[in-house]
Design a protein around this ligand. Structure first.
Ligand code: DGL
Length: 287
């Protein structure tokens, strides 16, 4: 069966971080097409006000809608924290929205030490979604949550410096208190941060299990497509690929757009994805 969705799935992030989600989406929906928008002219979002984050997100999602997306994955924890209610109320069934929340719930389940870290942007840490998960799951389980943030992490990933000595030194400084306090789970609560995993491993070995929400969001996207009556491709071959360890038989097409410099975005995105990508400037981005 070789069905291809007529309309692409829109994927949005403030920058290149959403590629960690796109990677999982392509595994889960190997015959879908995608349109990825990186708002690199306005990244980082994580140090902005609630209102700015909501406004920028609304613009980006509208752009994806105007460019034919039939569902949007808000592949940014920061943007999801302040925008999901607004977006769902605004578009209703015309455009299903899938959002993200840091993977704290599985970390609470998995911890043996009772101490977990959440590495996220300042905005995600003050936002309602993460705090609801802390109240509903961590507090009743008596799990201590150490929240960790630094404004330089996202810009380092955006600059293609995720493996740099500078990134490693900063991660060592930021995560040492978690290690000292016996943390055994680290939630990567920003979609840029899975790209820091090898730097974290290089500094801390397997002191912490690293958790992100990519795979769960991809499964949720498949489910939302089904519920909304949108086309869902055949998954059988994907699972065969996983079981045998062979590459996915993916026929996915992705169009990449950036609001900032497309050459720079293409360089960093190609490196992060491990494949050469072409990025177009979102020229008709009106804001
Ligand atoms: N990738 C975004 C997230 O998941 C945040 C990046 C930013 O600060 O712009 O939170």
């Amino acid at each position: 069966m070789n069905t291809t969705t007529a309309a692409p799935i829109g994927v949005f992030d403030s920058g290149v971080g959403g590629l960690s989600i796109l990677h999982e989406l392509r595994r889960e929906l190997p015959r879908a097409d995608f349109i990825y928008l990186a708002d690199t002219a306005n990244v980082p979002y994580g140090t902005r006000s609630d209102h700015e984050i909501r406004t920028l997100t609304a613009q980006a999602v509208e752009w994806l809608y105007q460019h034919g997306a039939d569902l949007v994955v808000n592949a940014c924890n920061t943007s999801s924290a302040f925008s999901l209610d607004y977006l769902r109320a605004h578009y209703g069934p015309a455009l299903p929205i899938v959002g993200l929340v840091p993977a704290l719930k599985p970390a609470v389940k998995a911890t043996r030490s009772g101490v977990v870290g959440v590495l996220a942007t300042a905005a995600t840490l003050r936002g309602p979604l993460l705090n609801e998960v802390i109240e509903r799951f961590a507090v009743p389980a008596q799990v201590r949550v150490l929240t960790i943030t630094d404004p330089h992490l996202v810009p380092l990933v955006e600059a293609g410096q995720a493996q740099s000595p500078q990134a490693r030194a900063l991660l060592r400084e930021l995560l040492t208190p978690l290690a000292q306090q016996g943390g055994d789970q680290l939630v990567l609560g920003c979609t840029h941060f899975p790209f820091l995993a090898s730097s974290i491993r290089a500094e801390f070995g397997d002191t912490f299990a690293l958790l992100d929400s990519g795979a769960a969001v991809a499964r949720r996207t498949r489910q939302v497509r089904q519920e909304a009556g949108l086309e869902v491709d055949d998954k059988a071959e994907t699972e065969t690929g996983r079981e045998t360890g062979h590459p996915q038989p993916s026929t996915t097409k992705v169009q990449f757009f950036a609001t900032g410099d497309p050459q720079h975005a293409a360089r960093v995105m190609s490196e992060l994805l491990g494949e050469a990508v072409r990025v177009e400037k979102a020229n008709d981005y009106v804001f």
